[in-house]
Design a protein around this ligand. Structure first.
Ligand code: PMP
Length: 458
């Protein structure tokens, strides 16, 4: 069968119908959106919350397990899960209990408690790095790991993969354009030239990677083990091992950010693929959705960190040191307690077994729906998450993934799903299965996608 294509006119028609349907079915969200315009910049508490596919922001009333409910009383099966913050379900019962308990026993104190020690022990057991530090967001954890890497190596340059996202860290806001590193389009308020100390190469390109490292000035390679923020891009066999070998060869540190790929399995890709990073970063879901992040380091790094601290201490001549790392609420009592409970009771091997099984069903189902309609699309699968992309073969790097974007179609499909009670990750087509997601939820998503495509191809 020849691949079929979806006409832009059909996309426009579907998008218009769905926008109308949304407005009619969500009077309370529409009213709140109007009211929010009076006090919130752009009518939303975070400016990108107005970038979803809906004609007005969708206001949520509550969320539980794999579901949430909007202010108009509609129920949704959530395959976005807060873009991973709720990877293990919304408000897991042990986290709700931990919040209540710790809520009455102190939230933040600038001092450690036993929970923090248990977190360190559990993180070591799970991710096989001996030492840990805590922060609040994955952005911060990445920023701190980078600062350590520069302090340790005495080098300034950072290497990244084109199309990456590691939070709003200045240094990572770069893209590759005609082989050159440039600031990310759309960046606001940038004061200095990011290309000065950041370098970008395509994912899965060993030659480009080695060329970038060989100048000997790169402090760290910061990467996800599989790209998940420009559509999903899996590493080719051996690519992550090349990342490890080549960084070692050129004296560059390897920082693996598993904030999203934590969904790959118990211990993340780092454990499953034996990645042996120098630094390792996790955020979002690590405390069950309560703001917290961590970074771990190898034994060698911990010694190098001590030496860097000693050097800095000598320079500051006994004065109180400011390392440029840490925030006041980091490792607060509430976050530490929730992280402990999450590691002990929520992020379990049994939870992963369920998530992985369902995601495999979902990916197989997606391929079935795509085949049925003869569309030249592909499905990329990584543990508990998968993604369909508008290209015949899974992309190998960020530029290929981006070239497959079809924004109007993506937005129309997402809105179609939202109007019928399904949420998937915005801005691309990624879906995540939680421990509470059920086979019937997966079946419903597939049924709706099938119906949307039937409509678009009619
Ligand atoms: N790292 C990765 C891989 C991410 O996907 C994200 C957010 N999408 C971040 C870091 C930043 O997380 P946060 O916004 O919680 O700081």
């Amino acid at each position: 069968m020849r691949p079929r294509s979806i006409l832009e006119a059909a996309v426009t028609r579907l998008a218009a119908n769905e926008a109308e349907r949304f407005l009619a079915r969500h009077p309370k969200s529409v009213a709140l959106a109007g009211r929010a315009q009076q006090s919130l910049y752009g009518g939303v508490p975070m400016h990108w919350m107005s970038d979803w596919s809906t004609p007005r922001p969708l206001f949520v009333e509550r969320a539980q397990g794999a579901r949430f409910y909007d202010v108009d009383g509609h129920e949704y099966i959530d395959f976005c899960l807060g873009d991973s913050g709720s990877m293990f379900g919304h408000s897991p019962a042990p986290i709700a209990a931990a919040l209540a308990q710790q809520g009455a026993n102190g939230l933040t104190c600038m001092l450690p408690g036993e929970d923090a020690v248990v977190c360190g022990e559990l993180l070591t057991e799970r991710f096989a790095l001996p030492f840990w530090q805590m922060a609040i967001t994955a952005t911060d954890a990445n920023r701190f790991a980078l600062r350590w890497a520069r302090a340790i190596t005495g080098r300034k340059t950072l290497l990244l993969f084109d199309g990456c996202y590691h939070g709003t860290v200045d240094d990572v806001m770069v893209r590759c354009k005609n082989g050159r590193t440039t600031a990310r389009p759309g960046l606001l308020g940038q004061a200095y030239d990011l290309a000065q100390y950041s370098r970008v190469v395509p994912f899965n390109d060993v030659q480009a990677l080695e060329a970038a490292l060989s100048s000997g000035d790169v402090a760290a390679l910061l990467c996800e083990p599989a790209m998940t923020n420009i559509g999903m891009v899996l590493p080719e066999p051996g690519f992550m091992q090349s990342c490890r070998e080549l960084t070692q060869k050129y004296g560059t540190l390897l920082i693996i950010d598993e904030t999203h790929s934590l969904s790959t399995g118990y211990g993340g890709c780092t454990r499953l693929w034996d990645l042996q990073p120098d630094f390792f970063v996790l955020g979002k879901a690590v405390a069950g959705g309560v703001p917290a992040s961590v970074y771990g380091c190898s034994f060698e790094m911990s010694r190098a960190m001590q030496q860097a601290q000693q050097r800095a201490g000598q320079q500051s001549a006994g004065q109180h040191g400011h390392s440029g790392m840490g925030t006041t609420l980091s490792a607060g009592m509430l976050a530490m307690h929730c992280m402990r409970v999450n590691l002990e009771q929520v992020m379990t091997e049994a939870a992963y077994a369920h998530m992985l099984d369902l995601a495999a069903q979902l990916a197989a189902g997606l391929r079935g729906v795509i085949d049925k309609h003869g569309l030249p699309w592909s499905v990329t699968e990584l543990g508990a998450r998968c993604e369909f992309q508008f290209c015949p073969h899974p992309p190998k790097n960020g530029a290929q993934a981006e070239a497959a974007f079809h924004d109007s179609l993506q937005q129309a499909l997402h809105l179609y799903l939202i109007n019928r009670g399904i949420l998937i990750t915005p801005f691309h087509n990624m879906m995540l299965c939680s421990p509470q997601t059920q086979p019937a939820d997966v079946a419903r998503l597939l049924e709706l996608l099938d119906a949307a495509l039937t409509d678009l191809l009619a």
